[in-house]
Write a protein that binds this ligand. Structure first.
Ligand code: FMN
Length: 286
């Protein structure tokens, strides 16, 4: 059976795409994903916030060393040479792009405009065939209205599209008051794909220990309906491709998402539960 699909202008051998997760931290895992039949791999996200804090820590070390001993300082490379998060991230993309034929899609979570632009360029230069923007923004500011939040997304896609020539996907959360209009505006701003939807970490209480619990719960098949509904609503109305994300637990959810109009179905939780070879099992069933 021919399972080839097109996702944001990238020809994929299969509609199952590995979603951003720690599994892509290892190049050997990415090789295993290709062998198992993944159509593409989305890298775990590069978080600008994390890079900035690593740089800040490094600069602090430098300062302390300078005070303690001039000799100690000479053991430290300059900040730009120091392998902070970004370098390690780009190296994985570079290595993986050489080892596999399937597209590697970078994933970026920026904070500043220059962060979005610079890191997007670096990810493209490292060999990524596409870029997913993971805005992951929780508008907790009580003074911020919906239009301001929407404009932020549109500004980011505009900046990133100008910075790179690879296709750019926007990973969305479902909390827009006018989701269809937001999708249309992102499409108009140049998004090559929309990923519906991201799944935010939602904190909980552990009432036995009286602590806040951040334990992540993996998804189940019952969670596909929100994404399924929006993919069906948006299908055929945008230029952007549609990727389904959340709840792909077996071949059944992949088939449902494709029936609704998704170009591809992304999966993270199922692979964390069952292992990378589960992709082959799902493809065999399809
Ligand atoms: C452990 C874990 C780590 C994740 N890390 C990222 C990430 O770095 N960037 C991102 O955009 N999504 C991340 N996600 C979200 C997944 O890519 C995916 O969108 C979400 O889990 C829903 O898909 P699923 O139901 O197949 O798990 C992560 C998910 C899990 C479970």
């Amino acid at each position: 059976m021919n399972l080839h699909v097109n996702y944001m202008g990238l020809p994929l051998k299969s509609p199952i795409v590995v979603s951003a997760s720690p599994l892509s931290e290892k190049v050997e895992n990415i090789i295993a994903m290709e062998k198992a039949g993944a159509g593409a791999v989305v890298m775990f996200s590069l978080f600008e916030e994390q890079i900035r804090s690593e740089e800040a820590i490094y600069e602090e070390i430098l300062e302390q060393s300078a005070y303690s001993s001039a000799e100690a300082l000479s053991y430290f490379p300059s900040v730009s040479e120091y392998p902070v998060g970004i370098d390690a991230y780009l190296r994985i993309i570079e290595k993986a792009s050489k080892e596999v034929e399937i597209p590697i899609i970078g994933s970026l979570n920026g904070i500043t405009n220059s962060g979005w632009i610079d890191y997007a360029k670096h990810i493209e230069e490292a060999g990524a065939k596409g870029l997913e923007i993971n805005v992951y923004y929780i508008p907790a500011d009580i003074e911020m209205d919906g239009r301001t939040v929407e404009d932020k997304y549109l500004e980011i896609i505009g900046l990133v599209k100008k910075a790179v020539s690879i296709p750019v996907a926007v990973k969305l959360n479902p909390y827009f008051s006018a989701m269809a209009n937001m999708a249309k505006n992102l499409d108009g701003a140049g998004a090559d794909a929309l990923v519906l939807f991201n799944r935010f970490y939602e904190p909980d209480f552990d009432i036995e220990k009286m602590t806040i619990s951040h334990a992540l719960q993996l998804s189940g098949p019952g969670e596909i309906r929100l994404s399924l509904q929006w993919i069906a609503i948006l299908y055929g109305r945008l230029n952007a491709s549609l990727a389904a994300s959340t709840g792909v637990s077996s071949s059944r959810e992949v088939i449902k998402y494709i029936l609704a109009g998704a170009n591809c179905a992304m999966t993270a939780s199922a692979l964390l539960k069952h292992g990378i070879s589960y992709i082959t099992h799902m493809l065999d069933e399809i």
